[in-house]
Structures are given as C-alpha cells and as structure tokens.
Design a protein around this ligand. Structure first.
Ligand SMILES: NC(=O)c1ccc[n+]([C@@H]2O[C@H](COP(=O)([O-])OP(=O)(O)OC[C@H]3O[C@@H](n4cnc5c(N)ncnc54)[C@H](OP(=O)(O)O)[C@@H]3O)[C@@H](O)[C@H]2O)c1
Length: 267
C-alpha cells in the first residue's frame, strides 16, 4: 500500500507546527497540501527546516486539495472548520477534525454528507490518550452514579466555549441517561446563569483563566459520596499528535462520522 496523502488545514498553528513535522518524518504519510493564510506562498520545507517536501502553503483549501489527498486534518478555527470539512467531503476526501466549536447540528450535517459521499470523518474533542481515558471512565461512572455536571477549564484566550473536550464529554454522557437534578435549573432562585449551560441535558460550567491550558472535570454525586474524574493538559501540543495520526490511519476505513478518541483505543 502506498503512503497516505495528507492535507493539513492550519499547518502553521500551535498544533499544526507540531503535526506537520510528525507527518514529514513518518513512514506511512506524505504531506500533499498545507493551508494557512499568513504563510501562503511559503514552502513547507522552509517553514519547518525539514528538507525533501516541496508543498507550498495555500490560503484556500480548494487549492491545497488540488494536489490530491486521502485525508484532510483540520486544526484551524471554529469559524473555518465547518466549511473546510464539507468541502473535503464534497471532494471525496476523508477528514480528521481536531478543531473545536462544531455543534451537534453541524456534526449531524457532516455525518449525512459523509455517508452519502461514502467517506469517513473522525472527530475528537481531544486527541490525547489521557483525555480519552477520562471520557471512557466517566461513561462508566455515569452508569452507576446518580447525578453529574461538567467543569470546563481553559486559558483566558480561548474563544469557543465550552471546549470541544467538554462538549464531547456532554455528548457521550448523555448516552447514559439524564443526571438527576433535585432543583430543575429553571427553578433556580437568584441567578439562573450561575448553574451553567444545559448541553445534552447536562450542566456545563466554563472557566476561562490565565494559568489554565485545557482541562475537563466530570463531577459525579450520589447520596453521601462523590467522584471526580479530571483531565489536564500541559502547555505543549504533543499529547494530540499521536492520536491525530492514529485517526488519520483509521479514518480511511470509516464511512460517515465517528466521534471520540476512546473509540480508536482498545479499551
Ligand atoms: N481536538 C484536539 O485534541 C485539539 C487539541 C488542540 C487544539 N484543538 C483545537 O484546534 C483548533 C486549532 O488550535 P491551534 O491552537 O492550533 O490554533 P492556532 O494556533 O490559532 O492555529 C490555527 C491555524 O489555522 C490557520 N487558520 C485559521 N483560520 C483559517 C482560515 N479561515 N483559513 C485558513 N487557515 C486558517 C492559521 O493560520 P492563519 O491565521 O495564518 O490563516 C493557523 O495555521 C482550535 O479550535 C483548538 O481548540 C483541538
């Protein structure tokens, strides 16, 4: 089998700057496209300092896909990702979505388009192994505990809220049923907003402060006992690279949308 041809949208970003060198150094991938606006026109080998790949960064995905790609990996921005994903599907290209900010409605549309086109799309709110474990353990806990809420931590600069990691947690925990709420949120006396957003029937509380990078904590309560399951990322992008590349290998065999890094692990 030949190498898997990868196009990276967001090639010069915080994640992209670590992802592109990992692709260039891998044995089973070849980079055929790179998207970013400010670096458009520059060669990837000049940006990374790694010789041997003549791909030029383009501002538009359309141009980047013209060189041929099996998989688009998107790490751009909440405002760019939906259009990019639908464009790739339209071109018969499988997609790995790292970018956060898509809603369940967006994912529904993406799933329908990918199924019709017969391509695979894999999305994970968090591609790190420890976040995948936190998700998996939380799903187990939700089967046995009575109530749960989600705390979402990120840096002061994060524009989307809640984070993709927290949204994915809410999406998955909703599969375990509704958490018990003794006082319905709408019956809150005082400030209703202090109870957070209700997402998939679960209260999600987003905290944006300097000193945080990205974390999520599922808080579970049953009469007279409580359980916390939390994940905290450090300052570097390394935790997301291995999971993203694993997804790029596996998405080639998928049809339609699949979500959640834990699905790719043998848990
Ligand atoms: N799922 C996960 O595990 C995970 C992990 C980390 C981050 N994320 C998410 O991934 C996304 C990217 O994160 P990041 O920290 O790498 O962001 P970043 O540093 O801001 O990088 C964004 C990249 O996308 C490009 N870009 C943005 N908008 C674009 C557009 N409209 N057209 C073309 N290129 C565009 C940027 O270059 P130009 O601005 O020059 O165009 C840059 O290369 C965020 O949504 C973040 O929350 C997810």
């Amino acid at each position: 089998m030949g190498k898997i041809r990868i196009c990276v949208a967001g090639a010069t970003g915080w994640v992209g700057r670590a992802l592109v060198p990992a692709i260039l150094k891998s044995e089973d991938f070849v980079l055929t496209g790179a998207v970013a606006r400010r670096a458009a026109g520059r060669k990837i080998c000049d940006i990374t300092g790694i010789p041997g790949n003549e791909t030029t960064v383009t501002a538009s995905l359309k141009e980047a896909l013209a060189s041929g790609a099996d998989v688009l990996i998107d790490y751009t921005s909440p405002s760019a990702v939906r259009t990019n994903v639908l464009k790739a599907i339209e071109n018969g290209v499988n997609v790995v979505i790292g970018t956060s900010g898509l809603t369940d409605m967006d994912y529904g549309e993406i799933d329908r388009s990918a199924s019709i086109k017969g391509v695979g799309v894999f999305a994970a709110g968090n591609f790190s192994i420890s976040a995948a474990l936190a998700l998996h353990f939380s799903e187990i806990a939700a089967r046995y505990m009575k109530s749960w809420e989600i705390l979402d931590f990120a840096s002061e600069n994060k524009v989307d809220s809640p984070s993709g990691t927290a949204l994915e947690m809410a999406h998955r925990l909703s599969g375990a049923g509704k958490p018990n709420l003794e006082v319905p949120v709408d019956h809150t006396a005082g400030y209703r907003e202090s109870r957070g957003a209700t997402i998939n029937g679960i209260q999600v509380h987003s905290i944006r402060l300097p000193g945080h990078v990205l974390g999520v904590r599922a808080e579970f309560g049953s009469p007279d006992e409580r359980l916390s399951i939390s994940f905290d990322a450090g300052a570097g992008p390394e935790p997301y690279i291995e999971g993203t590349l694993l997804a790029a290998r596996k998405v080639m065999q998928m049809k339609g949308l699949k979500r959640g890094m834990d699905l790719l692990l043998d848990l």
